[in-house]
Design a binder for this molecule. Structure first.
Ligand SMILES: Cc1cc2nc3c(=O)[nH]c(=O)nc-3n(C[C@H](O)[C@H](O)[C@H](O)COP(=O)(O)O)c2cc1C
Length: 271
């Protein structure tokens, strides 16, 4: 292994790259995936089996957990009780609301000296403190923010301009190619304030952990997604994670170099 090229060599195995490709949503498998999802959702038997599941060990000894909570854990529980995926938006959020949501969800918690080999710690746990996920925001209808695509820089807690469009309508047309109506179903895109993208730089984590780094990247997505949900709840913002989008189209739109750079999840934001 050449340590000087470590960030540029493909560190994922062909099997891991195949997994990324076989799990992608494309124009050619959208219908098949859609049919599968709706047949599961229309079947009460499957819904019951899948959703009402619990771990059943039968007749075993058990220890009832105490219901005593500290004030802070009660607060945390209350925030989680308020969290839900919202699919109907009625108002647009403002830049101030977006800022509050982002900067209390994913931020730097500890900085080290400039030339230290330690990386700044962030508000989520991350394998090897490598933080392979970056957030980007497609501003469609966010008050006080020009429409366009922005990268969120947690070090300076700011949005950095990534892609410009001649008009809001042009941006919306491009976004509709990524989330076509057959995937979106009943969503009213005109009411979506913006779309958060969870973007992996897979080599950042695979150069150290190989294929296992792919798992770690997915876990970071989960942590950030939950933090964003909770932060949205605290800031009276509505959101819904959306896993249905055309992978290659979204990566092309974002000008990412697949497979190293790619969107792993999106989240619609509104009010
Ligand atoms: C990875 C992931 C992908 C999701 N994709 C979609 C989606 O494409 N469309 C949708 O309507 N909801 C989507 N959701 C939201 C879930 O359906 C929702 O979290 C689940 O129904 C539980 O509801 P709750 O979040 O309100 O508790 C997704 C959630 C996650 C975590």
């Amino acid at each position: 292994m050449d340590v000087y090229n470590i960030l540029y060599e493909q560190a994922l195995s062909p099997a891991a790259l195949d997994f990324l490709e076989s799990s992608a949503m494309t124009k050619y498998n959208t219908m098949e995936i859609g049919e599968r999802i709706s047949s599961i959702m229309q079947s009460p038997y499957y819904s019951r089996q899948a959703i009402q599941h619990s771990l059943e060990l039968g007749c075993v000894d058990y220890i009832k957990l105490s219901e005593k909570l500290t004030e802070q854990s009660r607060l945390l529980k209350d925030i989680q009780l308020g969290r839900r995926s919202t699919r109907v938006f009625k108002e647009y959020i403002s830049l101030a609301e977006l800022s509050a949501c982002l900067s209390s969800a994913y931020f730097i918690t500890e900085r080290f000296e400039e030339h230290s080999h330690h990386l700044a710690r962030r508000s989520i746990a991350s394998g090897g403190a490598l933080y392979p996920i970056d957030l980007y925001y497609i501003a469609l209808n966010t008050e006080d923010l020009d429409s366009g695509v922005y990268a969120y820089n947690p070090h300076y807690e700011r949005l950095e301009s990534w892609l410009h469009f001649a008009s809001k309508e042009k941006l919306q047309r491009e976004v509709m190619k990524i989330f076509p109506p057959e995937i979106l179903g009943s969503w009213d895109m005109k009411m979506v304030s913006g779309i958060m993208l969870f973007v992996a730089s897979l080599n950042r984590v695979a150069c150290k952990y190989g294929d296992r780094g792919l798992r770690f990247a997915l876990m970071d997505v989960g942590s950030i997604c939950q933090n964003l949900h909770l932060s949205a709840c605290c800031n009276h913002i509505a959101c819904c994670a959306i896993g249905g989008y055309l992978d290659h189209e979204i990566n092309r739109f974002m000008q990412f170099q697949e497979p190293n750079e790619q969107v792993l999840l999106t989240m619609f934001i509104g009010k």
